[in-house]
Design a protein around this ligand. Structure first.
Ligand code: GDP
Ligand code: MN
Length: 378
C-alpha cells in the first residue's frame, strides 16, 4: 500500500527526519488559510499516488494569496496522470542549495534491504542510473547484522561528499532505515533530499510503500485501510473478505479461486465484457455467497451473472443455498449461469436449479460461457 505524500511526511517527521511546515487542504479556502499561517511563498502539491508530479503539472508555487486562489482552484479541479486531485499539500517553500536522492528498497534479487543515495536529486533515479551511474552508491544490508552509521558514512565518502554534510546525511539515512523497518516498507524514498542555505538537510518529498502482507501487524497512524478504498463496491468486498476488482463490463462473476476467476474473466471477455473479478477464497458459506450476490448486484445495468465454483475445501452446496436465498428475496430477473463441480456437486446443482439458476454440468468453462452467451444474446 502506497501512502500519500502528506501521510509519509507525517511519519518521517515523527521519526525525526526534518520536513517542511505544511498542512493538507481539500478546498481553495482551506489552502488560503494554511498558506496564511505558513507565510508566502508556498508550494502547492497535488496529493495523487504517482511520481513525477512536478513534470505533470502537479507542483505549483504561489507567491501571493491571489496567485494561490487561482492555482489551488485549478489544481483541485484537475487530474494528474489520470488521477483526480482531491487534496493538496500546502508547504512552506524552502530555499534549495542542492538536491540529493535517498531511497530504501528491498533488492528483489537477494531479498535484502538496500539503501541507495545519489548526489543527483529531484530527477528519476532510473535516469541517473543510466546517464551518471558514478553518482549513485548503494549499501546492501545484511539483516542479521543490521544497519550501523559507519556504513552510510563510508558510502557518502565514496560519493565524494563534503565533510560537513556527512553527519546530517548519515543521520537521515539511519532515520529512514528505522521508518522502513518499523513500517515494513518495500519503498521509502526522499527525492529530493535538499540542502538548505544554512547547510541543514530537509526531506521535500516523501514516498512510503508498506508491504501489503505486513498490513495486519504494522500500526500505521492512518485511517483504517478499508476507508482508503475509493470504489464503494471494492470497499464492501474488502469488508466481507473477498477479492473484488471492479471492471467496466456488464457480466457479473463469482468464482472460488483466483485462477478459476481469471480464466472465466478471459473467456467472458472473448464475446462479452466482465463487470468485475470476484474471488471468494476458501471460506465459502451460505452467508458469504449471499453477500457476494449482494456485492455483484451493486453494479447497475448488469445483464447476467456467472458463478464458477469448485468444491474442494469449499462446501459449494452451502454456497448455492446463499445464492438461491438472495434470488428469492430480491426477485432477481437477470439470468444466472452456474458451473459447480467437486464435492457434493449433484446436491449443489439441485439447489441452484430450485432458484432458477442455469446449471452447466460440463467441466469446461467454455461450455458454461456458451450457455451464458445464448441467454444474454449478443
Ligand atoms: P515529484 O515531481 O512528484 O517527485 O514531486 P516533488 O515533491 O519531488 O517536487 C518536484 C520538484 O519541485 C522538486 O524536485 C523540487 O525541485 C521542487 N520543489 C518542491 N518543493 C520545493 C520547495 O519547497 N522549494 C523549492 N525551491 N523547490 C521545491
Ligand atoms: Mn520527488
Amino acid at each position: 500500500m502506497r501512502l500519500h505524500e502528506y501521510e509519509a511526511l507525517d511519519i518521517f517527521e515523527q521519526n525525526r527526519i526534518p520536513v517542511p511546515r505544511r498542512a493538507v487542504a481539500t478546498s481553495m479556502h482551506e489552502a488560503l488559510q494554511v498558506a496564511g499561517e505558513i507565510g508566502y511563498p508556498v508550494v502547492l502539491k497535488a496529493q495523487v499516488l504517482v511520481g513525477g508530479r512536478g513534470l505533470a503539472g502537479g507542483i505549483k508555487v504561489a507567491s501571493t494569496a491571489d496567485e494561490l486562489k487561482d492555482l489551488a482552484e485549478a489544481l483541485l479541479s484537475s487530474e494528474i496522470k489520470g488521477l483526480p486531485v482531491r487534496k493538496i499539500l500546502v508547504c512552506e517553500k524552502v530555499e534549495i542549495a542542492q538536491e540529493f536522492y535517498l531511497g530504501f528498497t528491498i533488492d528483489s534479487y537477494s531479498g535484502k534491504p538496500v539503501i541507495v543515495v545519489s548526489t543527483e536529486g529531484g530527477v528519476l533515479i532510473e535516469e541517473t542510473a543510466r546517464s551518471a551511474p558514478e553518482k549513485i552508491a548503494a549499501i546492501h544490508i545484511e539483516p542479521t547484522f543490521g544497519y550501523y552509521p559507519y556504513l552510510s558514512r563510508s558510502l557518502l565518502r565514496r560519493l565524494g561528499l563534503n565533510q560537513q554534510l556527512i553527519t546530517p546525511w548519515s543521520d537521515v539515512i539511519g532515520q529512514l532505515y528505522n521508518v522502513a523497518l518499523r513500517y515494513e516498507a518495500l519503498i521509502a524514498e526522499i527525492n529530493p533530499l535538499v540542502v538548505l542555505p544554512n547547510g541543514g538537510l530537509m526531506a521535500v518529498d516523501a514516498v512510503l510503500e508498506v508491504d501489503d502482507s505486513a498490513l495486519s501487524r504494522v500500526r500505521l497512524p492512518l485511517p483504517d485501510r478499508i476507508d482508503r478504498i475509493e470504489n464503494p463496491i471494492e470497499r464492501r468486498g474488502r469488508e466481507i473478505g473477498v477479492s473484488y476488482v471492479d471492471l467496466d463490463g456488464d457480466i457479473g462473476l463469482i468464482s472460488s479461486g483466483a485462477g478459476l476467476g481469471m480464466a472465466s474473466m478471459d473467456i467472458i471477455g472473448q464475446r462479452m465484457k466482465p463487470a468485475n473479478f470476484l474471488e471468494t477464497g476458501g471460506g465459502i458459506t451460505a452467508d458469504l455467497l449471499y453477500k457476494c450476490m449482494e456485492l455483484v448486484m451493486m453494479k447497475p445495468d448488469l445483464r447476467a451473472i456467472f458463478i464458477n465454483v469448485y468444491g474442494g475445501i469449499n462446501p459449494i452446496h452451502e454456497g448455492a443455498k446463499g445464492v438461491v436465498r438472495y434470488i428469492h428475496e430480491h426477485k432477481v430477473k437477470i439470468p444466472i449461469v452456474a458451473k459447480a463441480l467437486g464435492n457434493r456437486q449433484e446436491e449443489t446443482w439441485e439447489i441452484f436449479r430450485s432458484g432458477g439458476v442455469h446449471v452447466v454440468t460440463e467441466a469446461a468453462t467454455e461450455k458454461a460461457i456458451d450457455r451464458l452467451y445464448e441467454l444474454v444474446g449478443a
